[in-house]
Design a protein around this ligand. Structure first.
Ligand SMILES: NC(=O)c1ccc[n+]([C@@H]2O[C@H](COP(=O)([O-])OP(=O)(O)OC[C@H]3O[C@@H](n4cnc5c(N)ncnc54)[C@H](O)[C@@H]3O)[C@@H](O)[C@H]2O)c1
Length: 309
């Protein structure tokens, strides 16, 4: 099984699970946001192989299944080199779809809730087409991922490829990068450093967070579903939390004395974001089972160890 972006946050957990299930795993990564540390343990397994490669260039290997996760996922990283971000999404998809076509492999795309853009519909169902700015700072990622979905469906219709498209919502857990600017890692790192917890607005805006183990279950269930199931299918945790509640949970779990500091709400900050996972429940019999506190604990422990290194 090929996992592109396998040294990243979600990819490394996916590689680990696939190995535990008895598969042979090839991890392809250019280490832009991935880290060797994420996969160092996996390298002890003789059925695990790493290839340093940029998927914007063609790849010739023999595989049965492809999980295409390669792409920086947080705004700070995908806006660092926006042209490369679009290339990873589009050229990367073309290269991986070409590989799937040649090897007759099944291929899964890690798409994103960002394809819904700034939605007029809450929560978002897969049938919603989205409202995306084609020329903004986030467009390299949002439009790149939308184009990748188009390519997947055209390869499916035109060449009969077996495709799976997962629209992933906010996911968190160990191996996130401490500097990726996302709210869970931000709060935990601030709390562990005793720095002020920066809360935008009054903290009443809500978010839904999926623990990485749950997400990996969903990805594998989607890959293993019958060929008629192509997606797109939402994968995420619909349990909503106010950002202030998250800050309080983090303060309690870290035992930190950090103060909460209020900042003005950015103009494009959505009030609410939550997935509708009816399809995943019905078709994949999947729903997340890890509660927020349960998932925050190992995440806090991960950052605690990382920050003393
Ligand atoms: N984490 C989330 O909440 C979330 C939400 C929606 C979608 N996703 C999608 O899931 C996937 C994985 O996200 P993540 O959070 O693990 O991010 P991540 O940044 O930790 O992982 C991405 C991996 O892809 C690698 N990569 C980047 N460009 C590459 C290239 N050109 N060639 C080869 N490898 C390359 C990086 O080095 C990294 O290891 C991404 O496609 C992302 O868009 C993630």
């Amino acid at each position: 099984m090929l996992v592109t972006g396998g040294a990243g946050f979600i990819g490394s957990h996916l590689c680990q699970r696939l190995l535990e299930m008895g598969n042979e795993v090839l991890c392809v990564d250019n280490f832009f946001t991935g880290a060797r540390g994420n996969i160092v343990e996996l390298q002890k397994n003789p059925f695990f192989e790493i290839l340093r490669h940029d998927i914007t260039f063609p790849l010739y290997v023999e595989v049965d299944e492809i999980y295409n996760l390669a792409c920086p996922a947080s705004p700070v990283h995908y806006q660092f080199d926006p042209v490369q971000t679009t290339k990873v999404c589009v050229h990367g998809a073309i290269n991986m779809l070409g590989l799937a076509r040649r090897t007759k492999a099944k291929i899964l795309q890690a798409s994103t809730s960002e394809v819904y853009g700034d939605p007029e519909e809450h929560p978002q169902k897969e049938s919603y087409w989205g409202r995306v700015n084609p020329i903004g700072l986030r467009s390299c990622y949002d439009e790149g991922k939308r184009c990748a979905e188009t390519l997947f469906f055209d390869y499916h219709r035109q060449h009969g490829l077996r495709i799976k498209v997962a629209r992933i919502f906010n996911t968190y857990g160990p191996r996130m990068l401490p500097n990726d600017g996302r709210v869970v890692s931000n709060f935990i790192v601030q709390a562990l450093r005793g720095a002020p917890i920066t809360l935008y607005g009054n903290g009443s805006q809500t978010r839904a967070f999926c623990y990485v183990d749950d997400l990996v279950d969903g990805l594998i269930k989607l890959m293993d579903s019958p060929d008629a199931v192509t997606g797109p299918i939402n994968l995420g945790n619909p349990a909503e939390f106010a950002i202030r509640q998250l800050a309080e949970r983090v303060l309690e779990l870290t035992g930190s004395g950090s103060q909460v500091e209020l900042r003005p709400l950015p103009a494009d900050d959505p009030r609410q974001r939550k997935p509708d996972i009816t399809l995943a429940r019905e078709i994949l019999h999947w729903s997340p089972s890890v509660e927020l506190d349960q998932g925050l604990l190992p995440t806090v422990e991960y950052f605690r160890k990382l920050l003393v290194l």
